[in-house]
Write a protein that binds this ligand. Structure first.
Ligand SMILES: Nc1ncnc2c1ncn2[C@@H]1O[C@H](COP(=O)(O)OP(=O)(O)O)[C@@H](O)[C@H]1O
Ligand SMILES: [Mg+2]
Length: 148
């Protein structure tokens, strides 16, 4: 299933993120794909708002992986935010415990630059493509849910 969203502002991107998250019940893996500044981190901030995470969400470009505890009683207890921008290869992420992260059913995993680790992305990954769209504040998001 593929769905397209057009966002006209940073705020709208966060709103769309919340709407998308409402469609998930348990743990999930979201792979965000798109150029620098296309809105992947803004989207993740929207996810943080959806789960009422108080700690500000910033790009984990240098640390690669950041964990955020979800305060409310929910199936998902931790948002794991991964940024593959500086990753040299998939092996590096495996060494950081990627498989253990995926196997933990309490985790919601969001991966920026997911196309860089295509060969180790689980088949149930929901891919979201971010693109610039005509105006400087417009973004197109194409969400591709996996076939079950
Ligand atoms: N519609 C929009 N959605 C998301 N970000 C937008 C939008 N319009 C402008 N922006 C700006 O684009 C930038 C997106 O940055 P960011 O989310 O960090 O991108 P990425 O993580 O993909 O590199 C921010 O500076 C944000 O203010
Ligand atoms: Mg980012």
């Amino acid at each position: 299933m593929q769905r397209i969203y057009i966002s006209s502002s940073e705020k709208e991107t966060k709103k769309i993120a919340k709407k998308i998250m409402a469609g998930f019940t348990g743990s999930a893996v979201l792979g965000l794909v798109g150029n620098l500044g296309s809105g992947k981190t803004q989207f993740t901030k929207g996810v943080g708002e959806y789960f009422k995470i108080k700690k500000p969400i910033n790009s984990p470009t240098f640390v690669l992986i950041k964990l955020y505890t979800i305060p409310q009683p929910a199936i998902i207890k931790t948002l794991v935010h991964i940024d593959c921008y500086r990753l040299r290869n998939s092996h590096e992420l495996l060494e950081l415990g990627f498989l253990e992260i995926l196997n933990n059913k309490n985790n919601l995993v969001i991966i920026e630059w997911a196309d860089k680790i295509k060969n180790i992305l689980p088949p149930q990954t929901t891919l979201i493509k971010f693109e610039y769209d005509q105006l400087p504040t417009r973004r197109k998001m194409t969400i591709q849910k996996p076939h079950n």
